[in-house]
Design a protein around this ligand. Structure first.
Ligand code: GLU
Length: 488
């Protein structure tokens, strides 16, 4: 059997991290088994459509480096891959279900259904369709359909049980008597998700439906539709719920935002992919760094755990740092250039000075958690102007003693002026600055922040001696003089 999996998002906004996790697992499952991975857009809920979502879906997958074999953009043997373009298939399936007695036209008005629900609530009975239209005979149904609006309801079995043999969750038994006759085709001819997902998974020869835990309760509906249409059901794997580190429902605050927000914040796609992989899957219970290659070779649905997975941003940051370390020098330099060009203020000319980027990139590698930290740390090197800062910052780490800061600046001017232009290298700069300790009667640790602020406009940053070397003698001395002017 060729494994065929799919990611079937609804275009209802930018895909969130939790939703994209389903794509990662389905894709890995297909790749690990030499199978195919499909992208299908489930846009039958017209009220929830958000323009632009389809592009955001493509962009999110591409950013993560997920590729698909069939889909709306690349086509394939089962095209089209957008559900709103496949309505005839669902309508044909609905007619077949009616003919087989497994579905019926329901002519109940919205007012009647509202009243029914209200009385169920008042009587503390579970809500659900009361079956009024179940008994309408075929001839009457046909003739009323000519003049009255109707939906097609699927007739769930009244007795027995529907058993889901989930590849992750194991066996789950549903009592048929508790299941409601649900709408399969709406009055406007659009299917509901339940009908469309079954028809398409069958038509597209999907072998494994891999999706979020929130769909477990829909599985008996899907299984009964498969059976009623005489289709072989797909295998199901419901992925564990994603929760915050506090074990509560994942919220925007605990990290549940659009995947592309993480791209914008400066996470590397490989780090994000690794992070998503660990939300419910593990290689061997101990390995944290799982490369793309390992994932695509080793993924098995058997190693997906059913219990909730914690969305731990500390882990994501850790992974990002690890993936930054793994880049080659050239790759890292390219990343630094990209993020600096993206984030540095507009008045700084692009393209950025190649040499400066090359010199500063190695200094940054251990000092950024996310790539959005690149530009603020190196801004002081680019563009002509000296950094702006409030003068209080110069003495902040000296307990606000302006005169102390002034002593430090004067000593630095003296020490660095003595380093000749041809010897302006970090070793000499370091020696000169360390030589200030004695006359000042102060440790470098204590006064370094004054020099950081003077040079960079911030009290800490990339290594001081390297920075002054890259900044150059003239600019370094100028900035010290400027600090002096502020303190005086
Ligand atoms: N359209 C559904 C969603 O957006 C797909 C669920 C499924 O994979 O069956 O989550």
């Amino acid at each position: 059997m060729t494994v065929r999996t799919r990611y079937a998002p609804s275009p209802t906004g930018d895909p969130h991290v939790g939703n994209i996790r389903s794509a990662v697992f389905a894709w890995a499952m297909a790749r690990a088994n030499g199978g195919q991975f499909l992208l299908r857009i489930e846009d039958t809920d017209r009220a929830r459509l958000v323009p632009g979502s389809m592009d955001a879906i493509f962009e999110s997958l591409r950013w993560l480096g997920i590729d698909w074999d069939e889909g709306p953009d690349v086509g394939g043997p089962h095209a089209p891959y957008v559900q709103s373009e496949r309505l005839h298939l669902y309508q044909a399936a609905a007619s077949e279900l009616i003919a087989k007695g497994r579905a019926y036209r329901c002519f109940c008005t919205a007012e009647r259904l509202d009243a029914m629900r209200a009385s169920q609530t008042a009587a503390k009975r579970p809500p659900g369709y009361d079956g009024l239209c179940r008994g309408i005979d075929a001839a009457e149904s046909e003739s009323r359909a000519k003049s009255e609006p109707f939906v097609v309801r699927f007739r769930m079995k009244d007795e027995g049980q529907t058993v889901l043999r989930d590849l992750v969750r194991g066996e789950i038994v549903f009592e048929n008597a508790l299941q409601d006759d649900f709408v399969a085709l709406k009055s406007d001819g659009f299917p509901t998700y339940h009908l469309a997902v079954v028809v398409d998974d069958h038509e597209m020869e999907i072998t494994h439906a891999i999706r979020g835990d929130e769909w477990v309760s829909s599985a008996p509906k899907h299984l009964q539709i498969f059976e009623a249409l005489g289709y072989e059901p797909t295998l199901f794997a419901h992925l564990p719920l994603i929760v915050g580190v506090d074990r509560k429902k994942l919220s925007k605050r605990s990290g549940d935002t659009a995947l592309l927000d993480y791209a914008k914040k400066g996470y590397l796609p490989d780090a994000m992919l690794n992070f998503l992989t660990l939300l419910g899957w593990s290689l061997d219970d101990k390995t944290t760094i799982i490369s793309r290659e390992t994932l695509l070779k080793s993924f098995t649905v058997e190693r997906v755990v059913p219990n909730p997975a914690a969305f731990d941003l500390d882990r994501l940051n850790f992974l990002n740092g690890q993936y930054i370390k793994q880049l080659t020098d050239e790759q890292w330099e390219a990343v630094v250039r990209e993020w600096a060009e993206r984030d540095l203020p507009g008045h700084i000319l692009r393209p950025l000075d190649e040499d400066l980027v090359r010199q500063v990139a190695p200094l940054l590698r251990d000092r950024v958690g996310t790539l959005s930290e690149v530009a603020p740390q190196i801004e002081f090197l680019f563009g002509g102007a000296a950094p702006e800062y409030p003068k209080e910052l110069l003495s902040e780490r000296l307990g606000g003693e302006h005169m102390e800061a002034l002593r430090v600046v004067d000593a630095a001017l003296l020490a660095l002026d003595a380093v000749s232009p041809e010897l302006w290298v970090k070793e000499r700069i370091e020696a000169a600055i360390r030589g200030m300790e004695e006359p000042l009667g102060m440790k470098l640790r204590k006064f370094a922040s004054v020099l950081y602020v003077a040079a960079m406009g911030r009290a800490a940053g990339i290594p001081l001696f390297d920075s002054l070397e890259i900044l150059g003698r003239e600019r370094s001395l100028d900035r010290l003089r400027r600090a002096r002017g502020l303190l005086e």
